[in-house]
Design a protein around this ligand. Sequence first.
Ligand code: CDT
Length: 343
Amino acid sequence: ARPVTVAACQLGPVHLADSREDVLKRMFSLLDQAAKEGVKLAVFPELAFTTFFPRYLLEGEDLDQYFETEDPTKGGIEQSPTIKPLFDHARSLGIDVYAGYAERSLQKDGVHVDYNSSVYYSSQEDKVIAKYRKVHLPGTVEPRTESGAYQQLEKRYFRPGNIGFPAFRAPGLVEGALKKSDGIENLDTTGKGDPIVGMLICNDRRWPEAWRVYGLQGMEIMCCGYNTTAFPTTSSGHMVEMSLEAAEEQVMLHHKLSCQGNSYMNACFSINVAKTGAEDGNPLVGGTMIVHPLGYIIKEANTKEDELVVATIDLADCRRPKNTVFAFEKHRRPEHYNLILEQ
Ligand code: CDT
């Protein structure tokens, strides 16, 4: 057995008027509850520290306020005065953190490039050990003009991620994890090392290619934060005639199919975490849940408020599907998958 207690730290709405300090306090409170339940990894939503600002058409300072500026010459996100306190608190409790934020990456020539990012903070290492930049950006560059259309301006505010899907090992989560220095020839095939973790952000969870690239790296835990609007839309963003209730039911179906199906098909646990409720009247679905490698929901949220969803998962449960039905090296037929790369 390789047990680890994990938490999905669902956040209720963050309104325009809520200060960063207010949000941090709420996050601290979830971490404090998590610590009491023996949690070692806490996963927060996409753009966790602010309202989901891509629903608004913004420019100048009104937009800049949402970004964390990272100057690679001066250290990473750990130095951000608005995020560092979360990591400091997590370290004092011995908890690792996944959190989403808007990244403004300064380039050498003074220009900047913006991404919708997440980081994994290791409390054992006391540093960010992995970063992910959202690859699949939904929405439009220009505001939609049809009447009643909601805005999802992620393509306007962010560049698609440029670092792919790098899985990584999270030290200190599982007791007695073997290291390369233990003389194990190929740690990946034993399933006894530090957990192999992947990160996605919101819309990415609907794309099997993203999960599979992590799956091929032996991923055992997927962390994915999201802000998903409850409106019914076509893929082009047009509103569909449907009641809000029916729409939310359909959005939840697709959310669950994506997370449960891809966890099953990649033989991994997934920790899927919403920012939910109505942000200044704009509804976001819930659906925070921890999913087993066999595809079933282990535990899920039952509110649209700040809520901690805790489960002790046994990473050994990944082994059987990874070694049988989803033993990729035995059963995949990549010679027939060329089209995926060509188009
Ligand atoms: N934030 C984000 O990526 N939201 C998208 C909404 C797409 S519209 C169906 C999501 O996939 O949840």
